[in-house]
Write a new protein. Structure first.
Length: 283
């Protein structure tokens, strides 16, 4: 029986990016079957649902709205558990719709996903700049991480602790061992939360060096490079669309550490954010 790869794609508007993502996958010569599970959180229009629900190899489902990224992914994973009879060799990918996979890279990625392992390819922007695919935690307090980057490289696997979910891959049996993202998170920290749940269950996490995906990184969230004023910087600590959001950083850390440890870790995280802003502002 042919191996299947199930790709869970949380979406909100940006139907053209979803189409580009699907096309980048289906245009490749593959030795396995592909099934997309698109979860649409646009409760006003459900534009992705309307556009792709009748496509072959695509299952579209709707959230009730305002599920944000974490809730949308959770619903996709729940759907997978309840509706899909998966085999031991089948693969699950959690991917954002602003990603494309260059020709020849998908087979390279999938063939390098081992048992009891989560993998992510190297990530480049549409401007060909390599960005983080995940982080190795050097210490939690002070909070120091290393984000490995390699340029165009030969195939290898590099261990990390925190994996992004732009194109996060694992065996279906590994997903079932992890479970799901914690239900107290909204937009950010869900991929890192999932990573730490996996690590707690003995699952390894690796970047596949020498395998690539590309992300259209122009219009997602309130990122540090888009912050132009001090008031905007302060508001980023409360904005759901910002990874700086203190409420959800706290929830993420508290999901995995004691109260006292969480206080120290959050203090260190915030200190890092402030320091980066000051350096950027005055350099």
């Amino acid at each position: 029986m042919m191996k299947k790869v199930y790709i869970i794609v949380p979406v909100f508007k940006r139907e053209n990016l979803t189409e580009n993502f699907i096309e980048s996958i289906l245009s490749q010569s593959l030795s396995f079957d592909i099934e997309f599970i698109i979860v649409d959180d646009d409760h006003e229009l459900y534009g992705n649902y309307e556009r792709f629900a009748k496509e072959k190899k695509v299952t579209c489902i709707k959230t009730h709205g305002n599920a944000w990224w974490c809730g949308t992914v959770r619903q996709g994973i729940d759907y997978f558990y309840s509706k899909v009879e998966f085999g031991s060799d089948d693969i699950v990918v959690i991917a954002n719709n602003d990603v494309t996979v260059p020709q020849g890279e998908l087979s390279k990625i999938i063939e390098n996903v081992g048992c009891n392992e989560i993998c992510h390819p190297q990530t480049f922007t549409n401007r060909n700049v390599e960005i983080s695919s995940g982080a190795k935690v050097i210490t939690w307090f002070p909070f120091i991480t290393k984000h490995p980057k390699f340029g165009r490289a030969s195939l290898d696997k590099i261990p990390i602790d925190l994996c992004t979910a732009r194109f996060m891959c694992m065996h279906a049996t590994t997903l079932s061992k992890v479970g799901n993202i914690s239900n107290n998170l909204l937009q950010y920290q869900g991929d890192y939360d999932f990573s730490l749940i996996a690590k707690s269950k003995g699952i390894t996490i690796n970047i596949i060096k020498g395998a690539y995906c590309q992300v259209y990184d122009d219009d997602t969230g309130l990122k540090s490079e888009n912050i132009t004023s001090f008031s905007q910087f302060l508001s980023s600590f409360y904005e759901i669309r910002s990874s700086n959001n203190l409420k959800y950083r706290w929830r993420f850390v508290r999901n995995h550490f004691s109260f006292l440890s969480s206080v120290f870790i959050i203090f260190s995280m915030v200190s890092n954010i402030v320091a980066r802003y000051v350096v950027k502002r005055f350099k």
